[in-house]
Ligand binder design. Structure first.
Ligand code: ATP
Length: 308
C-alpha cells in the first residue's frame, strides 16, 4: 500500500461503427462496436481514507451519483473484495466527459478508479484480471482501460485491438441534458417493431464490423472513414431528441466530413479533414446555438494511464 495519492487519466470514446443486433432473451443486444478513444478526459485520484468516499468536480458534477451506484465506487469495491483489502479510499473524479452523453463517461471512471486503486493498494493484479473486473462492471469499461481503437463483440466487452494510421480530428457537440442508454436501446427495438422488421435476435441480422471501415481506420484516411461511419442507435436517439437533427445539420454545413450521434447520444460527433476544418465546424456549431458546448479534439489516444 502506498500512502501517496494516485491520479489516473481516462479518455472518452466515440463509436465509429455501432451495429446493433436483435434483443437477446437476456435483455442485451449483440453488438459490433468499433470504439475510438478521443482526447476528452476524466481524472480519478485515489487517496487513502477512513472509508470509501466519492467526490466529483466539473460542470456536470451534480448529475453524478456519490453513492455505491457510482461506477468508480463499484470498481473499488470489486477490486477490494477480490484482494481482501478494506476499501478505505477517497476517489475524487475531476469530470470533463459529458454525463449521459454517449461517450462512456461512467465507464471511464470505473476503469480509472480500478487502475488507481490497484496502483494505490499494490494488489499485483494482472492486466487480464483488471480486464475481467472491467467486463463485470459494464460493456464499455474494458475499452476505457485499453483505449486506442478496438472492436467490441458480444455486449461490446469482448475486445480486439485495432490497428490505426494517423490522427483523426473530431468535434463534439454536447447537448443540454443526457439520454438514458437503456431508453435508447428500447426505442431502437420499438422503431424496429414499428417498421415491421421485428426486433428479436431471430429477426435482425447478426451485427458485423464493416471491412471498409476497418480499412479506413488502418490507413487513417478521414475521407474514407467519413463515408462509412455508422450508428444503428442514431434513429432512436434522434427519435427521443428530435432537435439533434438541427445539431447534425449545423456541423455538416460547417464543413464536417461526416456527422453522427455518439453511441446512445445525445452528444453529436463530427469528423473533420484536419485541425483547421475542425475549428470551422466548431465555430459553425457555436453560431447555430443548437448545443450546450463544443469540444475539439483528436484520437486515437491511449486508455487509462497513471499520471503519478
Ligand atoms: P455510454 O456511452 O457508456 O452508454 P454515457 O456516456 O451515455 O454511457 P454515463 O456518463 O456513463 O453515460 O452516465 C450514465 C449514467 O450512469 C448517469 O446518468 C449516472 O446516473 C450513472 N453513473 C454512474 N457512475 C457514474 C460516473 N462515475 N460518472 C457519470 N455517471 C455515472
Amino acid at each position: 500500500m502506498t500512502a501517496a495519492p494516485v491520479t489516473v487519466r481516462v479518455p472518452a470514446k466515440v463509436n465509429v461503427q455501432l451495429a446493433v443486433g436483435g434483443l437477446r432473451p437476456d435483455g442485451f443486444h449483440d453488438l459490433a462496436n468499433v470504439f475510438l478513444a478521443v482526447g476528452l478526459y476524466d481524472e480519478i485520484t485515489a487517496t487513502p481514507s477512513d472509508r470509501l468516499r466519492i467526490t466529483v468536480s466539473g460542470p456536470d458534477a451534480h448529475q453524478v451519483p456519490l453513492d455505491e451506484s457510482n461506477l468508480a465506487a463499484r470498481a473499488a469495491l470489486a477490486l477490494a473484495a477480490r484482494h481482501g483489502v478494506e476499501p478505505r479510499v477517497h476517489l475524487h473524479i475531476a469530470k470533463d466527459i459529458p454525463v449521459a452523453g454517449g461517450m462512456a463517461g461512467g465507464s471511464a471512471d470505473g476503469a480509472g478508479a480500478l487502475l488507481a486503486c490497484d496502483t494505490l493498494w499494490e494488489t499485483g493484479a494482472t492486466r487480464d484480471e483488471l480486464l475481467a473486473i472491467c467486463a463485470e462492471l459494464g460493456s464499455d469499461v474494458p475499452f476505457s482501460l485499453v483505449g486506442g481503437a478496438a472492436l467490441g463483440r458480444g455486449r461490446g466487452e469482448l475486445l480486439e485491438p485495432l490497428e490505426t494510421g494517423g490522427v483523426l480530428h473530431w468535434v463534439f457537440a454536447v447537448a443540454d441534458g443526457g439520454l438514458s442508454t437503456p431508453a435508447v436501446y428500447r426505442e431502437c427495438d420499438r422503431l424496429r417493431e414499428a417498421a415491421g422488421t421485428g426486433s428479436s435476435a431471430a429477426d435482425v441480422p447478426e451485427p458485423a464490423p464493416s471491412g471498409d471501415l476497418l480499412r479506413a481506420l488502418r490507413t487513417g484516411d478521414p475521407g474514407a472513414l467519413a463515408a462509412v461511419l455508422a450508428n444503428d442507435l442514431q434513429p432512436a436517439a434522434v427519435s427521443l431528441r428530435p432537435s439533434l437533427t438541427e445539431t447534425l445539420r449545423a456541423g455538416s454545413e460547417g464543413g464536417a466530413l461526416a456527422a453522427l450521434v455518439s453511441g446512445s447520444g445525445p452528444t453529436c460527433a463530427f469528423l473533420a479533414k484536419d485541425p483547421e476544418a475542425a475549428e470551422g465546424v466548431a465555430e459553425a456549431l457555436l453560431r447555430s446555438a443548437t448545443c450546450r458546448a463544443v469540444r475539439v479534439t483528436s484520437g486515437p489516444v491511449p486508455g487509462a494511464t497513471v499520471l503519478r
